[in-house]
Design a protein. Sequence first.
Length: 85
Amino acid sequence: MITRTVSNNPRTTRVDLVNDLQRAGTKVTKATISNTLRRQGLKSCSARRVPLLKPVHVQACLKFAREHLDDPEEDWENVIWDQDD
């Protein structure tokens, strides 16, 4: 059940797996989950941290925004927008 769950959803956490197994009536620890996944050849990893914006980048963004604040909407019609949130 553990490896199947992780294979279907690689972002599953050890805490999620422990809670799922407890609901199923089996008591396990996070260490047991880690050992089981490691024996199955699955390794854990952490998401990469994205560096914070430096003050110079913030100032450049503000400068660009101020320069284009009064641009008409027609100027923005050919811009490709990216939804990076």
